[in-house]
Design a protein around this ligand. Structure first.
Ligand SMILES: O=C(CO)[C@H](O)[C@H](O)COP(=O)(O)O
Length: 209
């Protein structure tokens, strides 16, 4: 299972510092949505230039104009870009069309889709995304009683390639691997750690155990 770090910081210098601390232990560097909104699409080019050997994932969470937005990220150097799984089918199709044009990958972020999630995962997979990200966002994670278990259960049921994001930690990444995820996305477990490099190293060890 590959490990993706979500660079959920708010400026490019902080993102470059964090990426430099963790890159050797991760497979995919993700520019989080707040970073792209704060630093702009040029941040994609800067991260790719600093780490040309890493896949760069741009979490646009596109809700409309899928082809236009995905193309912006691919032009800037993205290898993968997200479109909302909850978006209109034509928005997903548009992002997929841009992915085909640039020879890059589109991921459907299933954030906000809770009821009927497995059915929608199968629908967006048929629209041509490379994989789906089964995702509980930061606000959902903050609610009392949140666990990652329902994400993992839907991943097992869906029968298509999936990643998991939703507060993955050192003591839960093993379950993500056992559920069959192709990618584990970790943000807070890395950027909030006293030593982000050591946290990423331990997550990668457990991701591949
Ligand atoms: O996309 C996101 C929030 O919408 C985060 O980047 C994703 O949830 C991973 O971060 P964490 O491990 O802290 O949940």
């Amino acid at each position: 299972m590959r490990l993706q770090v979500a660079l959920d910081v708010l400026d490019l210098p902080s993102a470059l510092t964090l990426a430099g601390q963790v890159a050797e232990h991760v497979d995919i560097l993700e520019l989080g949505t707040p970073l792209v909104k704060s630093a702009g699409i040029a941040a994609v080019s800067a991260i790719k230039a600093a780490h040309p050997d890493k896949l760069v994932f741009v979490d646009l969470k596109t809700a409309d104009a899928g082809e236009l937005e995905a193309a912006l990220a691919f032009e800037a150097g993205a290898d993968l870009v997200t479109v909302m799984g909850a978006a209109d089918d034509d928005t997903v199709r548009g992002a997929v069309a841009a992915g085909r044009k640039y020879g890059k990958q589109v991921v459907a972020d299933m954030i906000t889709v809770v009821e009927g999630r497995v059915a929608r995962i199968r629908e967006v997979s048929k629209l041509g995304v490379s994989f789906v990200e089964i995702h509980a966002g930061l606000d959902e994670q903050a609610r009392p009683g949140y666990t990652i278990d329902t994400l993992l259960e839907d991943g097992r049921l869906a029968g298509v390639p999936f990643s998991i994001a939703g507060g993955i930690k050192i003591d839960t990444i093993g379950a993500v691997r056992e559920a069959g995820a192709t990618v584990a996305v970790a943000g807070g477990a890395i950027y909030n750690a006293a030593d982000p490099g050591a946290a990423a190293k331990e997550l990668k060890k457990r991701a591949t155990a």
